[in-house]
Design a protein around this ligand. Structure first.
Ligand code: CA
Length: 221
């Protein structure tokens, strides 16, 4: 669903990917090997990795959070963009997928910047709230279990500082958000969250047709 950007012809998608600076060699290797896996579509598209890295540099982020790590592409893209002292706290439940992630983080020399927390993300987010200062994160990327997005959002909003950013992936659900006949748990949850974000005065949010739809929500209070 997210191997390219929604609604673009394959040719135009390919053009956009090539219009960016070359992918880091370890990112490229990870994208290609994950693409051969049966669950490979869960990986973000390369232009989304470029976009996340851009946002991290633009905002001067130092401490970042990721909900849903899979084989580690987005955490690697973010870690490469962070300063030497920067950190990613990465949440996932899969030993198998994150073993692939760890190997590539090490190969790229950024493993010391990434702390993997293997547990249900809502448990890790609750633990992070009690472990340190609230509002200490600069940036959070949410790309895990869609029916729990709203709960991830509420926790991330408490963990991210005022002025910090919460980014969400798959906010267009392959176009199903605009299909009234689509009633699955994921699309229903994402549709409700899109509606909530539009009237949530705690954030300023934009929904972009990048990948399968990325929302950026900046905490304003
Ligand atoms: Ca995704």
């Amino acid at each position: 669903m997210s191997r390219g950007s929604i609604g673009l012809s394959p040719e135009l998608n390919d053009y956009i990917v090539k219009a960016h600076a070359p992918e880091h060699p370890v990112l490229r290797k990870l994208r290609q090997s994950t693409g051969r896996m049966s669950m490979g579509d869960m990986q973000i598209a390369p232009e989304q990795g470029q976009f996340l890295a851009f946002l991290v540099r633009l905002t001067g982020a130092r401490l970042t959070l990721e909900v849903g790590t899979f084989t580690g592409y987005s955490a690697l893209a973010v870690a490469l963009a962070l300063p030497e002292t920067g950190k990613v706290v990465a949440c996932d439940v899969s030993e198998e997928w994150t073993a692939i992630a760890r190997a590539h983080w090490e190969e790229a020399g950024v493993d010391k910047k990434i702390t993997l927390r293997l547990a249900p993300a809502l448990e890790t987010l609750a633990a992070l709230e009690t472990e340190g200062e609230p509002g200490r994160f600069d940036f959070a990327f949410i790309d895990a279990h869609k029916p729990e997005y709203d709960a991830y959002y509420e926790a991330c909003l408490r963990l991210v500082r005022v002025g910090g950013l919460v980014a969400f992936d798959n906010m267009l659900q392959g176009g199903d958000v605009a299909d009234h006949g689509a009633r699955g748990a994921s699309v229903t949850a994402i549709r409700a969250l899109n509606a909530k974000l539009a009237r949530d005065d705690r954030v300023e949010a934009v929904l972009l047709p990048v990948g399968d739809g990325m929302t950026l929500a900046r905490r304003v209070k």
